[in-house]
Design a protein around this ligand. Sequence first.
Ligand code: OAD
Length: 242
Amino acid sequence: MFGGFGRYYENIVVLTGAGISAESGIATFRDTDGIWTRVDPEKVATPEALARDPDYCHAFYNAMRTELRKARPNAAHEALAELEQRHPGSVLVVTQNVDNLHRMAGTTSIIHMHGEMDRARCGHCGTVMDLACDLTTATVCPACGKAGLMRPHVVLFGEMPFEMERIYQALDSCDLFLSIGTSGNVYPAAGFVEHLRFRRRGAHTVELNLEPSDGHSLFHESRLGKATEVVPVYVQRLLTGI
Ligand code: OAD
């Protein structure tokens, strides 16, 4: 797999954020029409908020889940699925998104570091399960039979994202890192490029985004534009070696 200038890339890690799903009709968080411009994250996206007003939080996540279920993958999700399929080395997508559009497009090598909206977790027994309906404070856990503590299996501010050890192992052995559609506001994901540049040098780092992210100066290369335009072009360049 050549990525321009004749360089061969064996292990690729792709970080994605809300921007890759924007053209599928899913609102981002921090753009002018973003979710956090309309809703205060302190009221819905912290463990304290969930404990204080679970009905309000459930209503927020139930509405979000309904919206996400209407969305379909776009050309950027499809290009990444094609990359995984055709690349002879490894491709791991690490997404901050709680939608399932990467999987719907065909990506199988994926870590949902901020969880998945279509899954629930029981606060009594810890069981994680697929979720087909809305959650309320009356929802009974099918595993332990207790009600009251079922919650979306998503990471709230102040909680540790999932599978961090596996993510850092992949970062430490990658030679190409792509960051797509993320503002670089939220750690630890925002720190991946810094990790690669200063702690484990060697990987080529590329940002594909509508506008320069907070950490844009840390990337070796940057392609600005809509994900559905820049991602397929960049993936074809990788696959053809041009
Ligand atoms: P943000 O809303 O912070 O950033 C979205 C980025 O996508 C911005 O840099 C936009 O410029 C870019 N963008 C918008 N439309 C685009 C398009 N069509 N093509 C390409 N790029 C586009 O979203 P994230 O960085 O994903 O966490 O936010 C990170 C985390 O903050 C989320 O996972 C969520 C949120 O709070 C939790 O809920 C834990």
